[in-house]
Design a protein around this ligand. Structure first.
Ligand code: ZN
Length: 556
C-alpha cells in the first residue's frame, strides 16, 4: 500500500510538473538567470561605450583609423571571452568593400511627348542617383510605362506587371504599398513592398532602364526636402556583382509626375485609381526619353567582425542564433555650434555593440554551452545603407536555412528602467511569444512599432536577415519610464532626436543610467538562449511577407 500510494503521489507530482512546464515554456533556469545578473551589468555595458564613443575613436567612420581600432577592439574582446574567429578564412573579419558613386545629373531631364516636350528640373522636379557603378550611365530613347506600385506579391495575389515586357523602359511607380484595406499588405503598416529599395530592385529584375518614384509626403512619410538631401550627393553601395541593375534611380514630385503623365496622354489621378486594383495592368505613356550622365566613383574597405560560440548539440550546432549590432558611425564631419566635429555615436551604436558584448560575456559564462551555435556579428557601414549586413546576407557564414533567428541592437536605453519595450516586427513571427513572455517576467509591456507607416523594420540590419528568411527581432526605444511623469519619455525622445541623434553631441554623459539597458540586453540574452535550446527553429507567421524566403532557404 505504501508503495502504491507513493507511486501515485509521484505520478501526480510528475503530471503537475509536466503540466507546469507546458504552461510556461519560456522559463529561464535559475543558473542562467544568475549568469545574466553577474555578466550583464552597468560596468560591462558602460566600459565598451566609453571606449568606442571616445574622441580617440574619431567617430568610427568607415575605412578610417577609428574604424580599424573599433574592429580590433571588438575582435580582441571576443577572443578574450573564448569565442572562435567567425569571419572569413579563419579570421575575425569579413571584408566589406564600399563603392561611393556621385552622379552628375543634368540640370534638365527632357521627355518628348504627344503634346510637346516636358522638362524636369533637377532638384525642383526630379532627384536621381546612378544605379550603375560605371563612369557613365545612359538611357537612350526609352519608352515610359506606368506600373502602379511596381509590386509582385504572390501571398496577396498581387502582380502589377502581369507579364508585360518592360525591358529597357523607364518605369513610373507609386510610392508605398496598398494601405486602404487591413487585409492587403497589412493595412497602413509599410511592408518591404512599400520601400523604395524594393521598387528599384523590382524594376531591375524586369530589366528596366530606370525608375521614377512619384513622391507625395503621405506616401513617403517625409517631405520632398528629405529626398533632395538624401539622394543629392554621394551614394554608397556594395560593389556590383551579377545582380541586375537599372541605370537610374529617380524620384519626381507629384506636380512634376502630373505634367509628365499628362504629356504622355494620361491623367495621373485616373492612373492612381486604376493602380488600386488587383486587375491593374501596366499603362504605356506616349513619351520617349534619353539621359546620359557621368559618375565619380570612390572605393574604400571596411569589415564586419564576427565571433562564434559553437553549439553543444552535435546536430543543432550547425544552426545558429545571430546577434548583430553595427559598429560604424559618421566619423569626423561638419562641426556643430560648439565646434565639435567628432560624431561619437555613443547611443548609435556604441550602446548596441556594448549590449552585444555583455550578451557575449553571458553566453560564454553559461555552465553549459547552448545547443545551437551563437554568432556575435558586428556589422559595418549601417549608416551608409545597411551595407555590412547586406554583404553578410549575400555571403553568409551559415546557410540561410540554418540561421535560427537574428536579434539586432541599434541603440540602447540610457534613461533608466521602463515599463514598456518597443518591439519592431511584432506580429510577424513566433519570436513574439518569446519576447512577450520575457517582458512579462520583467513586468513590462511589449508595445508594437509606434510608427508602422514608416517601415522601421526595414531600416536597420535585422531586415537583411529577414530578407534571406531568418525571423528577426529588433527593439525600439521605451517610452514609459519608472519614476517619471507619463509624457517624460516621449518629450526626452523628441528633444534627443532633434538635438543629439546623428550629431556630434551623441556622447556618453554622467546622466546616462544603465538599469534599463541591463533589462533590454537581458531580454535579448534570454531570447537567444531559448532559441538556441529549443527543439525547433522559430517560424514566420503564416502569410508573412518573408515566409516564402524562409521556405526557399530551408529547401536549399
Ligand atoms: Zn544605428
Amino acid at each position: 500500500m505504501t508503495t502504491k500510494f507513493s507511486s501515485r503521489v509521484l505520478s501526480l507530482a510528475l503530471l503537475l510538473t509536466v503540466g507546469a512546464a507546458a504552461a510556461a515554456p519560456y522559463d529561464i533556469p535559475a543558473n542562467v538567470q544568475a549568469v545574466a545578473k553577474a555578466q550583464i551589468t552597468a560596468g560591462s555595458l558602460e566600459a565598451p561605450i566609453r571606449f568606442l564613443a571616445s574622441d580617440a575613436l574619431e567617430g568610427r567612420g568607415p575605412a578610417t583609423r577609428g574604424d580599424t581600432l573599433a574592429r580590433l577592439y571588438l575582435a580582441a574582446e571576443l577572443q578574450s571571452l573564448g569565442y572562435l574567429p567567425g569571419g572569413e578564412k579563419g579570421g575575425w573579419e569579413q571584408t566589406v568593400d564600399v563603392v561611393g558613386t556621385t552622379a552628375q545629373l543634368p540640370a534638365v531631364w527632357s521627355f518628348t511627348g504627344k503634346t510637346g516636350n516636358v522638362d524636369l528640373k533637377w532638384s525642383d522636379d526630379y532627384i536621381a542617383s546612378s544605379g550603375v557603378q560605371s563612369p557613365t550611365a545612359a538611357i537612350e530613347n526609352a519608352g515610359v510605362v506606368f506600373v502602379g506600385y511596381g509590386i509582385e506579391a504572390p501571398e496577396y495575389k498581387w502582380d502589377d506587371f502581369k507579364g508585360v515586357d518592360v525591358k529597357g523602359k523607364v518605369l513610373v511607380m507609386l510610392n508605398n504599398d496598398p494601405d486602404w484595406d487591413p487585409k492587403l499588405f497589412a493595412g497602413n503598416t509599410r511592408l518591404y513592398y512599400g520601400r523604395w529599395t524594393y521598387k528599384y530592385e523590382s524594376a531591375a529584375r524586369h530589366g528596366a532602364a530606370g525608375v521614377i518614384i512619384v513622391h507625395t509626403t503621405p506616401s513617403a512619410g517625409y517631405p520632398w526636402q528629405v529626398v533632395q538631401s538624401s539622394w543629392g550627393g554621394e551614394q554608397f553601395d556594395l560593389p556590383a556583382e551579377s545582380e541586375p541593375r537599372i541605370q537610374l534611380k529617380g524620384w519626381a514630385t507629384e506636380a512634376a509626375a502630373r505634367r509628365l503623365v499628362k504629356a504622355g496622354g494620361k491623367d495621373l489621378d485616373k492612373l492612381i485609381a486604376a493602380a488600386k486594383s488587383r486587375s491593374f495592368k501596366p499603362v504605356p505613356l506616349a513619351l520617349k526619353t534619353s539621359i546620359k550622365f557621368d559618375n565619380k566613383i570612390s572605393r574604400v574597405r571596411t569589415a564586419n567582425v564576427a565571433g562564434l560560440l559553437p553549439g553543444s548539440d552535435p546536430k543543432l550546432k550547425d544552426e545558429v542564433v545571430i546577434y548583430s549590432a553595427h559598429h560604424d558611425h559618421f566619423g569626423i564631419g561638419d562641426p556643430d555650434s560648439t565646434g565639435d566635429n567628432i560624431y561619437n555615436g555613443a547611443e548609435d551604436n556604441a550602446s548596441g555593440c556594448a549590449q552585444l558584448l555583455a550578451i557575449a560575456r553571458a553566453m560564454a559564462a553559461l555552465p553549459e554551452r547552448p545547443r545551437r551555435s551563437v554568432l556575435l556579428l558586428f556589422v559595418a557601414g549601417e549608416e551608409q545603407g545597411l551595407l555590412g549586413s547586406t554583404y553578410y546576407s549575400l555571403h553568409p557564414t551559415f546557410a540561410p536555412g540554418k540561421i535560427a533567428a537574428n536579434i539586432n541592437y541599434d541603440g540602447g536605453n540610457f534613461r533608466g528602467r521602463a515599463r514598456d519595450i518597443t518591439y519592431i516586427g511584432h506580429g510577424k513571427s513566433s519570436l513574439d511569444r518569446i519576447v512577450d513572455a520575457l517582458a512579462a517576467k520583467q513586468r513590462r509591456v511589449v508595445v508594437p512599432d509606434q510608427f508602422p507607416d514608416k517601415g522601421y523594420f526595414y531600416r536597420s540590419d535585422q531586415f537583411n536577415f529577414a530578407k534571406i528568411g531568418a525571423p528577426a527581432m529588433y527593439f525600439g526605444r521605451s517610452t514609459d519610464y519608472v519614476g517619471k511623469p507619463a509624457d517624460w519619455g516621449r518629450t526626452q525622445e523628441e528633444e534627443w532626436t532633434e538635438h543629439i541623434y546623428h550629431q556630434p553631441s551623441d556622447e556618453i554623459t554622467s546622466e546616462w543610467v544603465f538599469d534599463g539597458m541591463i533589462e533590454d540586453a537581458s531580454i535579448g540574452f534570454y531570447a537567444g538562449w531559448l532559441i538556441a535550446q529549443a527543439d525547433a527553429m522559430p517560424t514566420w507567421n503564416p502569410g508573412d511577407e518573408f515566409e516564402a524566403a524562409r521556405k526557399k532557404a530551408l529547401a536549399q
